[in-house]
Design a protein around this ligand. Structure first.
Ligand code: HGY
Ligand code: MN
Ligand code: MN
Ligand code: MN
Length: 427
């Protein structure tokens, strides 16, 4: 049965809602991400796709070439010929209290495009020379294990399996344990150049996460990505003396919360002074975390983004100095560790121009847009030609429950993706 993208998104509406934070909380390798993945597998299998889960936990759903096509299964024995494939897809996990569209829209749009492409193949208007594969990447947000795009970093070798497996979540479970719990073998994880070499291109459709397409409701509902802002995450651990809230005089305290709070303001000030930079402290954890306890340690996570990676490095260095001075002033100490850093990505120019040409046919006036958000497409771009299509989000809000896509705009996104895929699949 075919479904349009609104129907597919409707299937997911009740999964992983977070009554406390609002929106959705679907952490990587958690129950809700896995329920969404089961939904994806069932939808893909009902369309005749062959499912593979690779050793890094990425799910691949293959639409192989029909038997009459050149180089198809009929010519090569049992195994279908999966060389020179075109891939599309996205992720199903979310940030805590996130929106419905960041990730799932790319997966639902891939299935809806597949329906259109399968119909074209049945009626003879599409003659593919390449297989299509829909990919679903785990733990894109890094909300659970701290490093975003964990699946795409593992497959490309951007993170070593040793480092990834040692990452822990808030409950102290390691990524190795989480991987084992879903049937993956940690010893088999890591770079998989053979699998990547079979892909000629990857296209990710994603909800637009800023205000760029939101202002003009009559303008095109889709855009093509030009670049992804360089971004990284650092953890600052401020340590002091844990103590009793009632018996410890103010003058006697070594309270790391004071240093951490001043640091949050310092981040805003330093980053605001650097044109084009963004800096965020969205997570802060006092230890032990009691109302009547002066904390012994406060961990602060910093997210910094800028188009120039040298500027990012300088900014983080200055913030490290500020943190040290603020900790000193309270008789505390601070240590900084880098959790991840991904340089600015400029998408493949040829593919982006090709995408613009394809997409222009459904959305005249389509523009090239930079992305302030990170994506698996940005990690894959270091090894295969990669491109992205954005679908308008009229609220301009993302990573929050207000993220939104109109059904008609989502359909425009699917129509654009279908045209772009049809062009690539017949090249
Ligand atoms: O944090 C990000 O940019 C993302 O949405 N993964
Ligand atoms: Mn996101
Ligand atoms: Mn995303
Ligand atoms: Mn007591």
């Amino acid at each position: 049965m075919t479904k349009n993208v609104a129907q597919l998104m409707g299937d997911l509406e009740s999964i992983g809602r977070d009554p406390l934070r609002g929106g959705y909380s679907r952490p990587g390798f958690g129950t809700h991400e896995l329920t969404l993945l089961e939904w994806f597998v069932a939808e893909a299998e009902s369309r005749g796709l062959d499912i593979e889960r690779d050793r890094n936990g990425i799910t691949w759903a293959w639409w192989d070439l029909p038997e009459t096509a050149t180089g198809s299964a009929a010519d090569s024995g049992d195994k279908p010929n999966r060389a020179h494939a075109i891939a599309t897809g996205s992720h199903l996990d979310s940030v805590p209290g996130g929106g419905a569209f960041d990730g799932p829209l790319g997966v639902a749009s891939a299935l809806a495009s597949l329906d259109q492409l399968q119909e074209q193949e049945r009626n003879g208007t599409l003659r593919r020379t390449r297989p299509l594969v829909i990919a679903v990447f785990p733990e894109e947000e890094g909300s659970r294990f701290g490093v975003a795009c964990l699946g795409s970093r593992l497959i490309t070798g951007a993170i070593s399996p040793q480092r990834a497996l040692a990452l822990t979540d808030r409950d102290g479970s390691s990524f190795a344990d989480a991987a084992r719990a879903v049937g993956l073998n940690p010893e088999h994880m890591g770079a998989d150049p053979a699998r990547l070499s079979g892909l000629d291109a990857f296209l990710e459709l994603h909800v637009e996460q800023g205000k760029f397409l939101g202002k003009d409701p009559l303008g095109p509902a889709v855009a093509v990505a030009s670049s992804i802002l360089g971004h990284g995450r650092w953890r600052f651990s401020f340590a002091g003396q844990g103590n009793h809230a009632g018996t410890t005089l103010m003058a006697d305290r070594h309270d790391p919360m004071i240093a951490a709070a001043a640091f949050v303001v310092a981040v805003r000030d330093e980053v605001s002074a650097e044109s084009g930079a963004r800096g965020t402290v969205g997570r802060l954890e006092p230890i032990p975390g009691g109302t009547n306890v002066v904390a012994s340690r406060v961990d602060v996570w910093l997210d910094v983004r800028h188009p120039d990676d040298v500027v990012t490095a300088g900014l983080v260095e200055r913030l490290h100095h500020r943190a040290t001075a603020l900790a000193d002033a309270e008789g505390c100490t601070v240590t900084m560790s880098e959790e991840s850093m991904t340089g600015t990505v400029n998408f493949d120019g040829g593919l982006a121009r090709g995408l613009l040409n394809s997409v222009e046919r459904v959305a005249p006036g389509t523009q090239l847009l930079p992305s302030g958000a990170g994506h698996d497409a940005g990690i894959l771009a270091s090894v295969i030609p990669t491109g992205m299509i954005f679908t308008r989000n009229p609220t301009g809000i993302s990573h929050a429950p207000e993220e939104y896509v109109e059904d008609a705009d989502a359909q425009h996104g699917v129509d654009a993706l279908t045209l772009a895929l049809a062009d690539l699949l017949t090249e």
